[in-house]
Design a protein around this ligand. Structure first.
Ligand SMILES: Nc1ncnc2c1ncn2[C@@H]1O[C@H](COP(=O)(O)OP(=O)(O)OP(=O)(O)O)[C@@H](O)[C@H]1O
Ligand SMILES: [Mg+2]
Length: 148
């Protein structure tokens, strides 16, 4: 089983579509093993998006993700990193396929409503930024034998 880090951005929280997005994650068969709502500081946002430091969109990105609370999640499942990225869709919602979170629920790249880790290695780094080991749960979904 693989774990990935997911974050519902302020554009999702303020629009009241947390449930819509979490339902998609759960319905797919992925398991939510940690969740918290937090107000990101510029420092934490800078850690999450360190690779983008200096890029033209960086300032807008940090401004957006610190503009209202976010919901941080750890999501678990077989190939969870890859499956979450596909479920999220293209970075630019205008290029994202219908059926994906961004393709169904977003219009602009800055306010693309969700973040998901892009590799297993980055997932672990990002999980560690947001969660202590004891905040990540272990449990069995009632339908697990029907998912795998
Ligand atoms: N050209 C751009 N213009 C405006 N914002 C951008 C642009 N490129 C990226 N971003 C913002 O920075 C975030 C991180 O960019 P990245 O290239 O890592 O895309 P991503 O991996 O699809 O998104 P995320 O890391 O949020 O899951 C994007 O989700 C988006 O909000
Ligand atoms: Mg990314």
């Amino acid at each position: 089983m693989e774990k990935t880090f997911v974050m519902l951005k302020p554009s999702a929280v303020t629009r009241g579509i947390i449930g819509n997005i979490l339902t998609r994650v759960e319905n797919r068969g992925l398991k939510i093993v940690a969740v918290k709502m937090i107000q990101l500081t510029a420092e934490t946002a800078g850690k999450l998006y360190a690779v983008h430091h200096g890029k033209p969109f960086y300032k807008n990105l940090i401004e957006h993700v610190t503009s209202a609370p976010v919901v941080a999640l750890v999501v678990e499942g077989e190939d969870a990193v890859k499956i979450m990225r596909k479920l999220v869709g293209n970075t630019n919602p205008k290029e994202a396929e219908p059926g994906t979170v961004r393709g169904d629920l977003a219009m602009t790249t800055t306010k693309n409503v969700i973040h998901a880790s892009d590799s297993v290695e980055n997932a672990q780094t990002e999980i560690n930024i947001f969660f202590k080991p004891q905040e990540i749960m272990t449990y069995k979904r009632a339908d697990e034998n029907w998912i795998y």
